[in-house]
Ligand binder design. Structure first.
Ligand SMILES: Nc1ncnc2c1ncn2[C@@H]1O[C@H](COP(=O)(O)OP(=O)(O)O)[C@@H](O)[C@H]1O
Ligand SMILES: [Mg+2]
Length: 256
């Protein structure tokens, strides 16, 4: 994948995707289908994340949200349809190559190492070429609470602080697109609101964000666009105010 390695190598400016002149959406899924074994769980998903926007992907449990993220980040194969990143066809491109060109995923459950300290977790982000000192400095500037906990085991922090750590680690690589699966899972509403304020700030700095939520409507307050998925289909998409009105129907429909 020479276009990727030539655009972005370890230690180089990692915002290549964001700053590249072309205005194709950062991420675009067209008619994507995906299967687990012989069971098809995505039935033709269309999704676009324009540059600099926050897109919310909502839907009940089992709708196919996480699978959509896995397909977008190269962690699950596309059966048919296309995935484009910054206008380039990336079906079959490996997750590490997509990470190098600026996609960063925070998986469901946050993907932090509970038995390592905050500092050690942050250290992992140095793989992209940023020094440990810089990674920690940036993390603490954005999330001052992490600064007080650098030597604490990550697993002993509150859920909200763990999500902050996951976001700090992801942002240390200077992603063009931050993808977060179930940001609010297990967190109190006040903490969710606080995290979404941070998300809005990150978006304001020019990072595009695709965030999956099952129930949290808080995301609609910061999203530019929202989609609802059900049974592997996108059943609604549009401005957050419109989508909010459709949410109840989608959930009632999913749980008769
Ligand atoms: N590893 C897997 N193996 C088999 N089926 C899976 C696997 N992961 C998810 N599924 C199925 O795919 C469908 C979509 O799952 P998922 O994308 O995780 O939905 P969501 O994130 O919206 O809850 C569900 O029916 C789920 O049971
Ligand atoms: Mg999921």
């Amino acid at each position: 994948m020479s276009i990727f390695t030539s655009r972005r190598t370890a230690g180089s400016d990692t915002t290549a995707l964001l700053t590249s002149g072309d205005d194709a959406p950062l991420l675009e899924l067209r008619g994507v289908t995906a299967c687990y074994g012989r069971i098809q769980v995505l039935n033709g998903v269309d999704l676009v994340v324009p540059r600099g926007e926050v897109v919310a992907l909502l839907g009940p449990n089992g709708a196919g949200k996480s699978t959509t993220l896995k397909v977008a980040t190269g962690q699950h194969p596309v059966a048919s349809g296309c995935v484009h990143v910054a206008g380039r066809h990336v079906n079959g491109v490996k997750p590490d190559a997509l990470a190098r060109i600026g996609l960063c995923t925070i998986p469901e459950g946050r993907g932090i190492f509970r038995n390592l300290t905050v500092r050690e977790n942050l250290k992992m982000a140095t793989f992209a070429g940023t020094s440990e000192e810089q990674v920690i400095e940036r993390a603490v500037a954005r999330f001052p609470r992490l600064g007080e906990r650098l030597d604490q085991m990550a697993g002993t922090m509150s859920g909200g602080e763990q999500q902050m750590l996951a976001m700090a680690r992801g942002l240390a690589t200077d992603p063009a697109l931050l993808i977060i699966d179930e940001l609010s899972m297990g967190l109190a509403p006040l903490i969710v609101a606080e995290l979404y304020e941070i998300v809005a700030g990150i978006a304001h700095e020019g990072v595009s964000i695709l965030v999956v939520e099952q129930f949290a409507r808080t995301v609609l307050g910061v999203a530019d666009q929202a989609l609802i998925m059900q049974h592997g289909y996108v059943i609604a998409s549009g401005p957050p105010a419109e989508i909010e009105a459709e949410l109840s129907a989608a959930y009632l429909g999913a749980n008769p």
